[in-house]
Write a protein that binds this ligand. Structure first.
Ligand code: SF4
Length: 107
């Protein structure tokens, strides 16, 4: 479908049909914000108290960090948090402040 206004063509809308997965393959994952990353199925924190990972200001992060140490997807989790600029909570065993420091050092 052509998009026209004021006698000019502004673009086209592509019709991917009833099944865009067939046309786009794995790229459909990139555009689906509802789809959680695969590694989250193996997240150890999903089997524990989520509040430990999002403590109140000044609250202890010790228990969450301890759990992260034994989590098999710690690397993926930290990478995700850094890439998505997660502001709150413990991700990949690090607090928001620790992630910020890590990011600064990487620059
Ligand atoms: S590293 Fe920690 S926050 Fe990340 S998925 Fe594992 S337990 Fe959860």
């Amino acid at each position: 479908m052509r998009l026209e206004a004021d006698g000019r063509e502004w673009g086209k809308v592509v019709d991917w049909g009833a099944s865009p997965e067939t046309e786009l393959g794995e790229f459909t994952d990139l555009f689906d914000p509802e789809e959680p990353p695969e590694w989250q199925d193996r997240a150890l924190c999903a089997q524990t108290d989520p509040e430990a990972f999002f403590p109140e200001k000044g609250g202890s992060t010790r228990e969450a960090k301890r759990i992260c140490q034994g989590c098999e997807v710690k690397g993926e989790c930290l990478e995700y948090a850094l890439a998505h600029d997660e502001r709150f909570g413990i991700w990949g065993g690090l607090s928001e402040r620790e992630r910020r420091k890590l990011k600064k050092r990487a620059v």
